[in-house]
Design a protein around this ligand. Structure first.
Ligand code: F6P
Length: 341
């Protein structure tokens, strides 16, 4: 069998572990040939690739990022490129393509799968918002990085008797905010799933100071928004693709909280540090298991499917189902965290 693998969308700790696992299982156990496309879908559209053998994946298990490079592809670009992709798959004699990616990548994968290309997807994102899998690799690493940062920020917040508003990643969902906030004992957690009321947030933080505490840590997901009519919030500027970005939620919130509480406040934006560096042991294991199962699915001819973790098992789920909706933080999960703020 000849398999093409690619990594697309925002990078994520554990991508290299999947690539390594695919190569080991395919090349060593099945006698397959594996090629890796460069920079995500772009590599497939431009037939830009290299051969992946055991030497190529030596020593990459613990390495962050992706040895293949990544890019965000615009859906329209890919839609126009379906025939080009089909042509390259035929010319290269590929029997399977394993794209490793998040929401956007999986939508693109589904599009190509519906066009008849032999696709087996592998989900990844630090955001943990792919509904079909209990967990995505990268999430554990990101939560660990954010938790360590929060632990560190507590001591400086305490020394200066400040409110620190710490912005973590999560454009659509608040999983990183929820888990790191719980793990670090934050005093308020703000997630996109629950638009915040600025009066309630001020009261929550203020109650802490009234009780004699000297500092507060507020964790806020980058996609958090105020409840309608609660606070004037500036829209984020658009990026070069026209997506709203750079909203600076922590900056806006800290200005408002400083005024309302009469306490010094500072924004801290953790940003891409949450995505960089070595994956945790948990993420390495999950990524390795996904790689193994993706190759097995390809050998069974199970295309149009995605590897997923359900409980402790890896199962295959239809790609079409996986792209239907995002996994948001349920009210009960938020209540569990709220109880210990
Ligand atoms: O989807 C992963 C993610 O890290 C999000 O949490 C974040 O909003 C986004 O990617 C950032 O994307 P970029 O690296 O393109 O700025």
């Amino acid at each position: 069998m000849r398999i093409g693998v690619l990594t697309s969308g925002g990078d994520c700790p554990g991508l290299n572990a999947v690539i390594r696992s695919v190569v080991h299982r395919a090349v060593v156990d099945h006698g397959d040939e594996v090629i890796g496309f460069h920079d995500g879908w772009k590599g497939l559209l431009e037939a830009d690739y290299r051969k992946l053998d055991l030497d190529a994946v030596g020593g990459i298990l613990a390495r962050g990022g992706t040895i293949l490079g990544s890019s965000r592809v615009q859906p329209a670009h890919l839609r126009d490129g379906v025939e080009r992709a089909r042509g390259h798959v035929a010319d290269l004699g590929l029997d399977a393509i394993i794209p490793i990616g998040g929401e956007g990548t999986l939508k693109a994968a589904n599009l190509l799968s519906e066009a008849g290309l032999p696709i087996v997807g592998v989900p990844k994102t630090i955001d943990n918002d792919i509904a079909s899998t209990d967990v995505t690799f990268g999430f554990d690493t990101a939560v660990g990085v954010a938790t360590e940062a929060l632990d560190r920020l507590k001591t400086t917040a305490e020394s200066h008797q400040r409110v620190l508003i710490v912005e973590v990643m999560g454009r659509h969902t608040g999983w990183i905010a929820l888990h790191s906030g719980m793990a670090a004992g934050a005093h308020a957690i703000v997630v996109p799933e629950r638009p915040f009321d600025i009066d309630e947030l001020t009261a929550l933080v203020g109650k802490r100071f009234s009780a004699g505490k000297k500092f507060a840590i507020v964790v806020v997901a980058e996609g958090a928004k105020p409840r309608e009519g609660s606070m004037q919030f500036e829209q984020g500027a658009k990026d070069i693709y026209g997506h709203e970005r750079f909203a600076g939620v922590a900056t806006q919130l800290s200005g408002e909280l400083e005024q309302r509480l009469g306490k010094e406040a500072r924004p801290v934006i953790l940003g891409h540090v949450q995505r960089g560096g070595t994956p945790t042991a948990y993420d390495r294991v999950l990524a390795t298991r996904f790689g193994w199962h993706a190759v097995e699915a390809a050998h069974r001819g199970e295309f149009g499917m995605l590897t997923a973790l359900r409980g402790t098992d890896i199962v295959m789920v239809p790609l079409a189902e996986a792209v239907e909706t995002l996994k948001t933080v349920p009210a009960e999960r938020y209540a569990e965290a709220e109880c210990v703020l």
